[in-house]
Design a protein around this ligand. Sequence first.
Ligand SMILES: NC(=O)C1=CN([C@@H]2O[C@H](COP(=O)(O)OP(=O)(O)OC[C@H]3O[C@@H](n4cnc5c(N)ncnc54)[C@H](O)[C@@H]3O)[C@@H](O)[C@H]2O)C=CC1
Ligand SMILES: CC(=O)C(C)=O
Length: 257
Amino acid sequence: MQQEVAFVTGAAQGIGEAIARRLAKDGFAVAVADMNTDKAQAVADSINQSGGRAMAVTLDVTDRVQVRSAVEKTATKLGDFNVIVNNAGLGPTTPIESITPELFDKVYHVNVAGTIWGMQAAVQAFRDRGHGGKIINAASQAGVVGNPNLMLYSSTKFAIRGLTQVAARDLAKEGITANAYAPGIVKTPMMMDIAHQVGVNAGKDDEWGMSTFSDGIALGRLSEPEDVANAVAFLAGHDSDYVTGQTLIVDGGMQFQ
Ligand SMILES: NC(=O)C1=CN([C@@H]2O[C@H](COP(=O)(O)OP(=O)(O)OC[C@H]3O[C@@H](n4cnc5c(N)ncnc54)[C@H](O)[C@@H]3O)[C@@H](O)[C@H]2O)C=CC1
Ligand SMILES: CC(=O)C(C)=O
């Protein structure tokens, strides 16, 4: 059987890295796509050394042409194109008074436009190869309930859930599913930055900042990136073939809808 190919953006660290490693373990050939070339290469090398099959691809997800060419390069080198995980995202704290047109453009370009360019390139790659595929987008628990201090970020993640639902309806007839995952509070560089900012704003330290997020977690612990990767593995695999338009919330029980 032909090996399936998964393309993961923001895969040089954090949640994306865990997803790339997990999908490689599950048998996918994986493109580790990120703007940080050195770190992406290190992740791809490490997957290859552990017996998986991976390549690093440099891209800025805000650049539609670069995204398209990264997807094509992946399909050519790895032999097919079956799954895209639009994981790259930015999460700056944005109290309302701090929002400028420049910051708005920056966050919306990465989180929303970057996801749309990824979906667009993937759909073209699926069509060119005459088969369906899976689109998986990074939402957040902050895209289910508005999070304090994260006005720009939270609103982009609400948008991700919306555009995932539209894609699911528009593309179903072509055998393409579209789902999202909504992590809670995950120990990654992004979350450490947010905790640091919250700590600084309150005149406290990073650990205090992080502790403000952990109170409402029913399972009583912060998330590891691998907790999220486990859920994405389900969405990428064939056990989820009849699932589309959904947001899988992986937050340890922070909120129940
Ligand atoms: N860490 C958390 O607690 C949560 C994270 N998420 C979402 O999960 C996703 C991954 O988050 P983390 O791993 O925490 O982030 P992170 O900041 O640790 O890693 C993000 C990766 O994306 C890459 N990246 C950023 N902008 C890019 C661009 N324009 N083009 C290409 N690559 C780019 C970075 O180089 C980095 O390797 C994001 O979409 C985030 O919003 C959602 C909920 C919670
Ligand atoms: C980073 C994030 O998604 C939070 C704090 O909900």
